[in-house]
Write a protein that binds this ligand. Structure first.
Ligand SMILES: Cc1cc2nc3c(=O)[nH]c(=O)nc-3n(C[C@H](O)[C@H](O)[C@H](O)COP(=O)(O)OP(=O)(O)OC[C@H]3O[C@@H](n4cnc5c(N)ncnc54)[C@H](O)[C@@H]3O)c2cc1C
Length: 373
């Protein structure tokens, strides 16, 4: 029995992605008994563009979960060039002198973080799914019953833990789709990151090369577009570039949409990462927010359940996602979209602001304050 492993009830973390692994690493490093359970066997794939912001890189390194050289090893490609497009019009290419956006493989990245949690002393169970939860224990698909003192839902967009603290699941309407295509198959190798607006309402198509292949995907949150509209837009985009989609595997996953849980749960039930709705509603960034929120939840538990001290920081990921829920209308709403595209085309500072958002160097409020003064 798992509960014989520790004499007192542990913190139980459901999900071993970046949110769960970071939380487990921090708790175990502080000597708090914790068990992490994930339905997958690792290494596992995760549908994701794999763009890691400079802000996320700082969080990983300053926390100590990864050293600079470990992060470098995980980095497939550093990108400092961003091309912004409105349908077929190239608006602007922005080259940053600042720290890069890194392209990582989620398969590798997530495994390394989970190994870190295990090395710090977290008890890791993989290949078992949490199927039901009561006030003090969970039951898994293998029939195991595990008691907990605190429960952390780091179980992604369709979180089962989230149901305990909210009547609405974090299903959202968001969807992300992706193809991986070898660079050798492209007529033109992209020079840096590309964002293509105008193909999907409240969403965009991205082109993220990692040195050997390119992740071309489409995502939208809070969008009137249906999954088939998004698929059609992405396939059309590829076909126009001479790429036959039929030759590649299309993968998809939900993205939390307008479902931010600002308190990261309630009582001894905590939420982190996608389970808490922590995906930027403009850029789609979620990896860094998952790691940061995993640490925040660990801080709250180490601090005896005190959420107030840790969650109210102005620069924390909760606040960034909250701002993105407002600012997304300035970029995507039919009324503002044309002006936003003109701004990106005609104003270098606007384009710099967009880079700063995706690299996490400025918050939305800071960017707009700077542009307006
Ligand atoms: C197409 C797409 C592209 C994206 N691109 C980017 C990008 O380029 N950059 C970026 O920053 N973000 C991106 N994101 C968002 C990012 O992938 C997520 O925000 C991030 O993975 C969240 O991490 P997490 O740890 O919260 O959840 P996850 O990484 O989803 O991990 C959740 C874990 O929980 C496990 N689990 C779920 N339910 C159970 C259960 N009942 N029992 C046991 N285990 C369970 C799963 O197996 C999984 O391992 C993208 C998302 C999509 C869909």
């Amino acid at each position: 029995m798992i509960n014989n492993v520790k004499s007192i009830d542990p913190t139980l973390i459901v999900g071993g992605g970046p949110a769960g692994a970071s939380c487990a690493w921090k708790l175990a490093s502080a000597g708090i008994p914790c068990i992490l359970i994930d339905r997958a066997e690792f290494p596992r794939d995760k549908v994701c563009g794999g763009a890691l912001s400079a802000r996320a890189a700082d969080i990983l390194i300053t926390s100590g979960i990864l050293s600079t050289s470990e992060l470098e090893e995980l980095t497939l490609k550093e990108q400092r060039t961003l091309s912004l497009w409105d349908r077929e019009e190239l608006l602007r290419t922005y080259i940053s002198q600042d720290s890069p956006v890194r392209i990582i493989s989620r398969r590798q990245f997530d495994s390394v973080l989970l190994e870190k949690a295990s090395a710090a002393g977290a008890f890791i169970i993989t290949g078992d799914t949490v199927v039901s939860i009561d006030s003090s224990s969970v039951t898994t698909s293998s029939g195991e019953q595990i008691s907990f003192a605190s429960l952390v839902g780091a179980d992604g967009c369709n979180s089962i833990v989230r149901e305990l603290v909210s009547d609405r699941r974090s299903r959202g309407t968001g969807l992300g789709l992706e193809y991986f295509i070898p660079l050798t198959e492209l007529n033109e190798v992209p020079d840096g990151l590309q964002i293509h607006f105008g193909h999907i309402p409240y969403g965009y198509i991205w082109v993220f090369p990692d040195g050997e292949k390119v992740n071309i995907g489409a995502g939208a949150v809070g969008s009137p577009a249906s999954p088939s509209d998004i698929t059609e837009a992405l396939n059309g985009f590829l076909e126009t570039r001479g790429i036959s989609c039929a030759e590649y595997k299309l993968k998809g996953a939900p993205i939390p949409s307008l479902s931010l849980n600002r308190n990261l749960g309630r009582g001894n039930i905590y939420l982190a990462g996608d389970a808490a709705g922590l995906v930027d509603q403009v850029s789609g960034e979620g990896i860094g927010h998952a790691v940061e929120s995993g640490f925040l939840v660990a801080d709250c538990i180490i601090g005896g359940g005190d959420r107030g001290t840790f969650l109210n920081r102005k620069d924390c990921c909760i606040n960034i996602v909250r701002q993105s829920m407002f600012y997304r209308h300035l970029l995507f709403s039919p009324l503002a979209h044309g002006t936003a595209m003109m701004g990106l085309r005609d104003n270098e500072e606007f384009a710099r602001g967009y880079w700063n958002i995706i690299s996490g160097r400025e918050s939305y409020n800071e960017m707009f304050r700077r542009l307006l003064t």
